[in-house]
Design a protein around this ligand. Structure first.
Ligand code: AMP
Length: 369
């Protein structure tokens, strides 16, 4: 992610993908033009990088020049675009290909056509690296389109946000919602994640998703998902990633308007952590912190056996199964500490004490985020 002025932008089209798009356009245009020596006209400032990469790849002789257009500052009409550097050579009888970085409303393109109206070119073709069909309000033909993109603000590869961002070799997209707070509540079985999540969700107005609870709800209602999960849960094993990830995604989608989420019992594997990052990214959001409740194993076993007397959970009733759940945690889940530490998002909290004390410790972390 990058920050330009006051806004955040996330990766959208990689350097390699941009390169592939440019190459595809070069191949297509070179094949169409054959042995004609074209004049490529880049529209400054945005297309300087595209034009440069394009002509470097162009396999045959060509000429390259630029025109520079700019919006009139301080005038009411948005239709006013002024030509700052116009055509500086005679293009009579030439095949001209306009190279644009992006076409959205088509305002600039209209001006280009106006400029070329009096030039006696043989042929005028329009090639644009990016095109926003949803924003396009004109009906000029676009002869070559590198890639259609949604109507979102982009920067990089020549494109700027108020002067910044042109130098990046890849393309970024504006992040639109940045207000969510998303927390992974972490720790071994019996650490108190569920109890604490219930307090925290009220205090911070977050949606609490416990994958264990969702599985138990499905088991109770005898759904296909429940039947599948039960066989794993009864032994204290993890449910397969694919099943769990699909279920979690569906739970998040059900709460699309949430201020944020407390994830409890998820992620439990690296694959789950990666899929959660992708999901958050698709919502222009991210995981802000993993907060881990740290509790000794023997205390966990005692707590779970105690809970088993009233919880009705088969996986709380048997010490062997409890120990297997704790083992699963250390074998498969504890490594996620490294995953979030590497991103500077791991916070360990002492999970032994009264419920209120622990809530306070957790709040202390959340308030600093
Ligand atoms: P919990 O209520 O979090 O202790 O989860 C109870 C059981 O549900 C676990 O022992 C697993 O069998 C299953 N489960 C819950 N969350 C996950 C997950 N993220 N990945 C795989 N299995 C899970």
């Amino acid at each position: 992610m990058i920050k330009l002025h006051d806004l955040y932008f996330k990766p959208f089209i990689s350097e390699q993908e941009v390169d592939d798009i440019v190459q595809k356009m070069v191949d297509e245009i070179a094949a169409d033009l054959g042995d004609v020596v074209p004049v490529f006209v880049g529209i400054l400032n945005g297309s300087f990088m595209f034009t440069s990469d394009f002509v470097k790849k162009y396999p045959k002789p060509c000429e390259v020049t630029f025109i520079k257009l700019a919006s009139y500052e301080g005038l009411k009409s948005t239709e006013d675009i002024q030509r700052l550097i116009g055509i500086t050579q005679d293009l009579t009888g030439r095949t001209v290909v306009i190279l644009e970085d992006i076409i959205d409303s088509g305002k600039t393109l209209a001006e280009v056509y106006r400029i070329f109206k009096n030039e006696k070119v043989k042929e005028l073709k329009i090639a644009t690296l990016f095109f926003k069909p949803e924003a396009y309000k004109k009906d000029f033909k676009l002869h070559y389109v590198g890639r259609e993109i949604p109507n979102k603000f982009i920067v990089g590869y020549g494109l700027d946000y108020d002067g910044l961002g042109r130098e990046y070799p890849e393309v970024f997209q504006l992040k639109t919602t940045q207000h969510m707070t998303n927390i992974v509540l972490f720790g071994p079985p019996g650490a108190g994640k569920g109890t604490q999540a219930n307090f925290l969700k009220e205090k911070y107005n977050l949606v609490h998703i416990s994958t264990g609870d969702v599985f138990r709800f499905n088991i109770k209602n005898e759904t296909a998902l429940g039947m599948l999960a039960k066989s794993y849960m009864d032994k204290g094993d993890l449910v397969p990633d694919k099943v769990t990830i699909d279920m979690l995604n569906a739970e998040v989608e059900k709460n699309a308007d949430a201020n944020g989420f407390i994830f409890d019992g998820f992620p439990r594997t690296n694959a789950q952590a990666e899929s959660l990052d992708n999901l958050m990214n698709s919502k222009d959001s991210q995981i802000n912190a993993m907060i881990a409740l740290e509790v000794d194993d023997e205390i966990l076993v005692q707590r779970l056996l105690e809970r088993g007397k009233t919880s009705g959970r088969p996986d709380d009733a048997d010490e062997g199964i409890i120990r297997n759940r704790i083992k699963e945690y250390y074998d498969k889940t504890a490594i996620l500490k490294d995953y979030y530490s590497a991103q500077g998002k791991y916070y360990g909290v002492d999970g032994v004490g009264s419920i209120e004390e622990i809530t306070q410790r957790l709040s202390g972390v959340i308030d600093t985020l």
